[in-house]
Design a protein around this ligand. Structure first.
Ligand code: Z2T
Length: 828
């Protein structure tokens, strides 16, 4: 496969647009689009006028790209994802159009600071965490690499909840990102779709006596598409993210009405408008709720019909070219119901033979697994599936029957144990549909998201599937877009890199390795660390504004940002903070480099212990930050409402990156990549992509600690007793007992006891106590390293220099080579 060439040197078509021309555009839109005037326009109006000015260029690119794809009849990838964590698009679009500097100048001349206007935009937070942000990075890379692609998802009215703290506890508030309209989206009423749910299946016979299944739906719902243009870097393609909004259908379903009894029964059914109302806020737990299944089906059905409509425009009723033109990537199992839906369309609607239809399906779908956590593996009760999608359940049964007969029984004749393990239906008290099994059986390729994770997918999750189809399984290590996560969020470092190694790195991130040649140069070290210092000063202001805590930019900025989950072990970080605090109290002269421990994390609203951990960190922070005896050696801050926009301010200011999950639990991680890219040194376990980061940066430039995947398995095998660590390590004992007192919650002893209980009575499922000592030693190592200024600067620079592998452009190239077999389509 040839390498996709990204034109990085060619000047963008829009680069000719200077500040003067942009000013003219902005004022024109202030008048003609916003209906206001320069004298009375609010910052919001200025922002909107600027968006409209930017959109003139965006829509130009959109038109040419879509025309080119249509004329060339290109093969395209269709990314199916329940989540897209886009963040803001203003500066991203300006950077990718090559217009950021012109816009900054234009706005300055009009009396506005571009940063103030950027703050007018709400985050587009249609995702929970890594999985949703990965989808956003991928569509940026796809456009940049001129690959024909469409992202499909749901147009949620409310994205991920906004987080507040009240007396240290998380409060959730609704997120209304488009309350006053969103300038980046285009409604496409000409492409609405109608989809069905509920009802019953009738068996009929046609004139030839052939059996046919007819689904009489109980409800019809309208899907309205909203298009968000996705601008590639420097005048390359503009692709589309198409998000479906649900509406009540005008079409009244007489068939169901006439069949009687349904008017009442339908009251128990989900209302049409509810479907796209809100994103489910669980990151790695499956809720099993009816509305969630309907969300999944709604967007899959709308998207498939959209793809088929476009295909038919070029190929009519000839399905033979469909697998050549269409590949669909399933972002986890969330959209796996697309598999039986395509079968239904082909068999029931297009009258295709089962074998032919199944042949098409198996050439079209590919599946990415993002987790091994048992509680995140989706399964739907057969009972609910039958209520919502009666025909799809029948189809799944038939897929399963043939799979067990033609694959499993041929390979392991008469082996019922194998059949039970491999069946898409899990038998038991409440029979369940296993969406992971369905995804593997229905896809031509299955990938994990980091080397170690892909190995575990094969060895632990689907070993029998691997025995059946070894060539189906592969790895694609995650990546992040350097346009947003370096160029846009860290302009100081970006300019330094441009000067030092040239400006090709945003599309050719391996260029960063040229920085290594300067890693020993004291002048370059000073420049690099001066930039870090300025970024830290900027973040210190943000911290002051958001939390009221004053922090010293000379201290180590130690950052853990990610969803709150036991396996990510924010409480391990907390225990270490408590250990340091205790040492200071015991030894007033305790020698440590001052450190600011900074957290950002949302907890799923129903995840009790996660919320207790947030509360504990906040209460410990309050105590430590006000304790004079600490003499500012430790500060602890929990940033409220962590989201993409806050990440962009925190990541450039990090000295230390906390990546401390229990080995085997974090599929990949992507925050680890963003922080290393911006010159932070990782304290991490050998888990997910940390392993590959360690390989790239070398052991001198990362602080690795803790049990390995194999050691975790062995320890569990031999019987893990967390109490032993409590009794044998006096420091651990003292800290856990401390949490039970009222020291951090005056007058209310026991308020922070939940953590201790989960670690002792709860058995410490994520081996926090087993890894405590190693973690403590790694932190000690960091403290030592930081005292050597030149040594630290070199390590920080080596991190930036060595993580070129983790650009999402490389991930996408891997998908092209190993899965999609796409060719770029150059757009002028
Ligand atoms: C998620 O963000 C991830 C996995 C999920 O499994 C669900 C969500 Cl919402 C169903 C994360 C992984 O935890 C993380 O390790 C990985 O880097 C990320 O997906 C992208 O692959």
């Amino acid at each position: 496969m040839t390498k996709t060439k990204i034109s990085s040197s060619s000047t963008p078509a829009t680069a000719s647009l200077n500040a003067e021309q942009l000013k003219e555009r902005i004022i024109r839109h202030l008048h003609a689009t916003l209906g206001t005037d320069i004298n009375k326009a609010s910052p919001q109006a200025w922002w909107r006028a600027t968006c409209a000015a930017i959109n003139e260029s965006v829509f130009d690119g959109l038109r040419t790209t879509q025309r080119e794809h249509y004329q060339q009849d290109t093969r395209a990838v269709h990314y199916f994802s329940l989540e897209y964590l886009m963040g803001r698009l203003f500066s991203n679009n300006l950077h990718n159009l090559g217009l950021y500097q012109s816009a900054k100048q234009a706005l300055a001349e009009l009396g506005h600071d571009i940063a103030d206007l950027e703050d007018q935009e709400e985050d587009m937070a249609l995702g929970n965490g890594g999985l949703g942000r990965l989808a956003a990075c991928f569509i940026d890379s796809l456009a940049t690499m001129n690959l024909p692609a469409v992202g499909y998802g749901i147009h949620y009215e409310h994205g991920l909840f906004q987080q507040e703290f009240q007396a240290g506890r998380q409060i959730e508030r609704p997120d209304s990102w488009r309350e006053y309209g969103n300038p980046w989206e285009i409604c496409r009423p000409e492409s609405v779709q109608e989809i069905s749910v509920y009802g019953y299946v009738e068996t009929v016979y046609d004139l030839q006596g052939r059996m046919k299944k007819v689904w009489h739906p109980g409800r019809i719902i309208k899907g309205v598409p909203w298009d968000i243009p996705v601008v590639g870097y420097h005048g390359s393609s503009v692709n589309v993210l198409r998000l479906w909004e649900s509406r009540a259908s005008d079409f009244f379903n007489w068939d169901v009405f006439n069949s009687g009894g349904y008017v009442d029964a339908s009251r128990e059914n989900i209302e049409a408008e509810t479907i796209s109302k809100v994103l489910y806020p669980n990151d790695e737990t499956e809720a099993g709720k009816e509305l969630r299944l309907i969300q999944q089906y709604f967007f899959c059905s709308c998207s498939l019909k959209d793809i088929i409509r476009r295909y038919k425009r070029a190929h009519g009723d000839d399905w033979s070219k469909f697998p050549e033109q269409v590949v669909i990537q399933l972002n986890d199992t969330h959209p796996a119901v697309a598999i039986p839906e395509l079968m239904r369309i082909l068999v029931d609607r297009a009258d295709m033979h089962w074998d032919e239809a199944w042949g098409i399906c198996q050439q079209v779908f590919a599946y990415t697994n993002h987790t091994l956590l048992p509680e995140a593996l989706e399964s739907w009760s057969v009972r609910m599936f039958e209520k919502v999608l009666p025909r799809h359940l029948e189809i799944i049964y038939e897929i399963n029957r043939r799979f067990l007969l033609e694959q499993v029984d041929v390979r392991w004749p008469g082996d019922n144990d194998k059949k039970r393990k491999l069946s898409i239906i899990e038998e038991g008290h409440e029979p369940m549909v296993r969406m992971g099994h369905l995804s593997v059986v229905g896809s031509f390729r299955v990938n994990g998201v980091a080397e170690v994770h892909s190995k575990l997918v094969q060895s632990d999750l689907f070993p029998e599937m691997v025995a059946l189809w070894p060539e189906k399984f592969t790895n694609v290590t995650n990546g992040v877009t350097p346009r947003r996560w370096l160029k846009a969020c860290n302009p100081r470092l970006s300019s330094m890199l441009d000067r030092l190694i040239g400006s090709d790195w945003p599309t050719d991130l391996k260029q960063l390795s040229k920085l290594a040649a300067h890693a020993d140069d004291p002048k370059v070290q000073d420049d690099f660390m001066a930039i870090k210092q300025q970024n830290k000063a900027d973040l210190a202001k943000v911290i002051q504004d958001l939390t009221g805590v004053a922090v010293d930019p000379a201290a180590i900025f130690d950052i853990q940002i990610k969803r709150l989950h036991e396996y990510k072990r924010q409480h391990l970080n907390l225990l270490h903070i408590l250990a340091l605090y205790r040492r200071i109290l015991q030894n007033p002269d305790y020698d440590m480099v001052p450190r600011v421990f900074i957290f950002g994390a949302k907890a799923a609203p129903g995840y009790k212990l996660a919320k207790e951990i947030i509360y504990a960190i906040n209460k410990v922070a309050e105590k430590i930050n006000h304790d004079k005896r600490v003499k500012d050696r430790i500060k602890v801050v929990f940033m409220p409402n962590y989201r993409v926009t806050l990440a962009e301010k925190m990541i450039p200011a990090a000295d230390v990156s906390e990546q401390i999950s229990t080995a085997g639990k974090e599929a990949s991680g992507t925050g680890n990549m963003k922080l290393a890219l911006n010159g932070a040194i990782t304290v991490g376990t050998l888990d997910g992509a940390n392993i590959e980061i360690a390989e790239e940066v070398g052991e001198d430039n990362i602080a690795i600690f803790g049990l390995t995947v194999d050691e975790v398995k062995a320890l569990r095998q031999s019987g893990y007793h967390s109490r032993d660590y409590y009794h044998n390590n006096p420091e651990i004992k003292a800290i856990l007992d401390w949490l039970e007192t009222d020291y951090f919650t005056p007058g209310k002893p026991g308020e922070l006891a939940a953590i201790k209980h989960s670690l002792l009575e709860g058995g410490d499922p994520y081996l926090v106590l087993a890894d405590f000592e190693g973690y403590q030693a790694a932190q000690q190592q960091i403290d030592g390293w930081y005292r050597d200024k030149a040594g630290w600067a070199k390590k920080a620079m080596m991190n930036t220099a060595c993580v070129g592998k983790f650009t999402s452009d490389r991930s996408i190239q891997d998908y092209v080579d190993r899965v999609w077999q796409l060719t770029p389509c150059k757009v002028d």
